[in-house]
Design a binder for this molecule. Structure first.
Ligand code: PMV
Length: 289
């Protein structure tokens, strides 16, 4: 029996634009998924196409138990975390000797297949290694992890990442003269953010701009904007939609002593708040108890 965990993630900047070769910045966060794999001839994979693909591609059979702290379909990377932790547990249980890098690559190829070819390596990289990453054109660069105080607001409106990616693609086909400059502007915001990773105040302002640009390409949601405004009104440095949008989550960058107040405001507007910070560890072995 082998138990592994892997962290969730948030996009700080650049979601959607990364699909078009632009840069993005993402960070691993504290809620984790825990996966236990045991050699068995009786197979119980539940309904997850990700888990099924992990066992099939590794060429083994076994049973699996999952305990997730990450809400699914909310833009916090739960499917990547499950895939990474499952591959790591299979790798250990069946003594396959895969490296961390091989697990990251295999997890990305599984995500991409299940999502019909549309995925950036953001979620699987962040979940495998932890910390912060700059992603561009399918490549990842590790950044020094920052000690940001984050408040996540889950709108509790489930979204389909694939559908949101399609919406942007449709807009880009129909109105390239509107959509492309907005994607360029998101790139500008991300590159500016790279210069101010140590300065939460400036970063917050850039998050506000990124939020408006995501609204402009049609991936906003009134509930997300309400949560964003509530966070700003209660003292956040800045706040934005995170991930695919159209529902899912927003994040606020906050001064440490304002986190509870911001979380309270998010809950008043019927969001679920999670106070969190960077998780510098990627997947790790857990004690089987
Ligand atoms: O739903 P999420 O958090 O996985 O966000 C998807 C972010 C996109 O940029 C739209 C797609 C991707 O794979 O990067």
């Amino acid at each position: 029996m082998a138990t592994y965990s892997a962290p969730g993630k948030v996009f700080l900047f650049g979601e959607h634009a990364v699909v078009y070769g632009k840069p993005g910045i993402a960070m691993a966060i504290k809620p984790r998924v825990y996966v236990t794999v045991r050699k068995a001839s009786q197979v119980h994979y539940g309904k997850s196409p990700y888990i099924e693909a992990c066992f099939r591609e590794m060429g083994v059979r076994g049973s699996i138990y999952i305990n997730s702290q990450i809400p699914s379909s909310s833009g916090l990377g739960s499917s990547a975390a499950v895939t990474v932790a499952t591959l790591a547990a299979i790798n250990d249980e069946y003594e396959m000797g895969m490296t961390r890098e091989e697990i990251a690559d295999r997890a990305f190829s599984i995500e991409k297949n299940v999502q019909k070819g549309r995925a950036s390596p953001t979620d699987t990289s962040v979940s495998t290694y932890g910390g912060m990453f700059f992603i561009m054109e399918g490549k990842r660069r590790r950044l020094a992890p920052q000690n940001y105080n984050l408040v996540i607001g889950n709108s509790m409106i489930s979204h389909s990442t694939t559908r949101m990616i399609e919406l942007v693609a449709e807009m880009r086909n129909k109105n390239p003269e509107i959509c492309n400059p907005v994607l360029d502007a998101i790139e500008g915001v991300t590159m500016e953010a790279m210069r101010y990773l140590h300065d939460s105040q400036r970063l917050g302002k850039l998050m506000d701009v990124n939020h408006a640009l995501l609204d402009a390409i049609g991936v906003g949601h009134p509930v997300l904007t309400r949560l964003v405004l509530a966070a700003r009104a209660t003292g956040a440095y800045g706040a934005k939609t995170t991930g695919a949008g159209g529902g899912g989550c927003m994040i606020a960058l906050a001064p440490k002593n304002f986190r509870n107040r911001i979380a309270g405001a998010i809950e008043v507007f019927e969001g679920r708040a999670i106070i969190t910070s960077v998780d510098t560890e990627g997947f790790r072995k857990e004690n089987d108890g």
